[in-house]
Design a protein. Structure first.
Length: 231
């Protein structure tokens, strides 16, 4: 018996053939495959900010001399600063290492084996990846010919096993925006609704002000796009 076959006995059966997740191709992996020097490749596949982060950020990072000390688990100072930026009380804010981590944490909180997650496709691939990794079942609700979400179609897909609804707004990769009234219709189902506003700074559309009114609403934001902080 090969060593790999031996260790596979201990892996969750549903993950043995599980495919990984990769949202982009790094310039380094293209070396030798394209007739362009790595330093001349212009990446557009992951919606990264081509201009990079603010010089003030680089200066602050260079001046940070306590990287050997674990950070504040309560994220007290950061959440207070984000309170002013997002316009929501710090007690409603949780910071993480990218939206991917927060999506994973949310699914770990709500999803048990066989629970259903509603996903409006086509959309950000990490929702599928994280759902399956947590043992959940993805229920895909197709967008219409204009890539708009039908609130009635989403509600029709709800079952007794549904635990959460994912909605990217604006959507990635289509850029379409779901009107607030439609989002409110989903929130009114009583199910947890996660609205991913990774591109809020480019659209100006947000449901953050509703967080104080609805305990089942979660809103994601990120520094990876507008702020050029993808690492």
């Amino acid at each position: 018996m090969a060593a790999s076959e031996g260790i596979e006995r201990f892996i969750r059966p549903d993950l043995i053939t599980f495919g990984g997740y990769s949202a982009r191709t790094s310039p380094e992996t293209l070396k030798g495959k394209v007739e362009v020097a790595v330093e001349d490749i212009i990446k557009l596949d992951a919606n990264e900010n081509p201009y990079g982060c603010s010089p003030r950020v680089r200066k602050a990072l260079a001046a940070c001399h306590d990287l050997n000390i674990y950070p504040d688990n309560s994220q007290t100072r950061l959440r207070k600063l984000l309170e002013g930026y997002a316009g929501v009380d710090a007690r409603h804010i949780v910071a993480g290492s990218a939206s991917n981590q927060l999506i994973d944490l949310v699914l770990r909180l709500f999803i048990s084996q066989g629970d259903e997650v509603i996903n409006c496709v086509p959309t950000f691939g990490i929702y599928r990846f994280s759902t399956e990794l947590c043992g959940g079942t993805l229920v895909e609700v197709p967008r219409d010919e204009n890539f708009a979400v039908s609130a009635s179609a989403v509600k029709a897909a709800i079952s007794g096993k549904t635990k959460i609804i994912f909605l990217a707004n604006p959507n990635n990769p289509t850029g379409t925006i779901t009107p607030r009234q439609d989002i409110l219709e989903l929130i009114d189902t009583g199910l947890p609704v996660l609205v991913d506003e990774a591109y809020y700074e480019f659209s100006g559309e947000t449901v953050v002000p509703l967080v104080n009114q609805y305990e089942n609403l979660m809103v994601l934001r990120t520094f990876s796009k507008w702020a050029g902080l993808a690492r």
